[in-house]
Write a protein that binds this ligand. Sequence first.
Ligand SMILES: NC(=O)c1ccc[n+]([C@@H]2O[C@H](COP(=O)([O-])OP(=O)(O)OC[C@H]3O[C@@H](n4cnc5c(N)ncnc54)[C@H](OP(=O)(O)O)[C@@H]3O)[C@@H](O)[C@H]2O)c1
Length: 251
Amino acid sequence: MEKLKNKTAFITGGTNGMGFATAQEFINNGAKVIITGRSERTVNKAVEELGKNAVGIVSNAGELSDIFELQNLIKKHTNTIDVLFVNAGYGKFNSIENVTIEEFNEVFDMLVKGTFFTVQQVLPLMPQGSSIILNTTFLTDIGQPNMSIYTAAKAAVQSFIKTFAAECTSKNIRVNGISPGYIKTNIFNNTGMSTEQIEGTIDAVTPTLPFKRFGEPSEIAKTALFLASDDASYIHGIELRVDGGLSKTKS
Ligand SMILES: NC(=O)c1ccc[n+]([C@@H]2O[C@H](COP(=O)([O-])OP(=O)(O)OC[C@H]3O[C@@H](n4cnc5c(N)ncnc54)[C@H](OP(=O)(O)O)[C@@H]3O)[C@@H](O)[C@H]2O)c1
């Protein structure tokens, strides 16, 4: 059954990882999808792979001027967005002593201001019965060294889930979040870590995970489909953990 038949979804950061997998899942369920990414190259490549039910917009989630253009750019394709997945993002990982003002601003501009103003700009296009999904992280549950600014920014997003939900109730728009655990994506490529550091981190982390594996982007995509669809019609203001038990179990 096509769970998003005749629906249009807007996914920030849809060129790769969870956003791309979600775009695929939504299209497979009958939706038309608009994705964003930071460069024409990545956006065009993704749209080509996603096929005729996808269009792309080059838009940087960390640039307010780009975000304030979104409504106009979306309106070139549609006047209605039924599902908004605010997903674009990455972290900068550094010790408290070494975090720079530039890193702090980059992460907060993209994740906090970016999330807030993307919702502000897209909300007027969303009819009753729509769904907003924000992407957070398991890190807000456990706290890890060198993750202070990323985790704090995601904690702000976590807070938006509740306040946006309260505010959108009267519009009959549901707002929820997905809290991913370690997922096999390209996220580490944006962190400034070297290939060796990335491989070392993956090798060190994997045995510590409850199921001894990273999650797949498709596992987030299926969750996003659930929250976007009528299957979740009475779910509002929650953050659904998709972390293989990482934040809640010990073995
Ligand atoms: N992977 C994990 O383990 C994990 C865990 C918890 C939470 N998360 C969160 O999940 C979300 C998706 O990340 P992912 O793991 O799927 O990473 P990914 O594979 O690197 O994909 C990130 C996506 O976001 C886009 N993007 C990044 N910065 C952007 C910006 N400033 N403006 C617009 N688009 C931007 C990228 O597109 P371009 O490169 O084309 O710009 C790409 O499409 C992020 O919010 C991340 O914080 C990830």
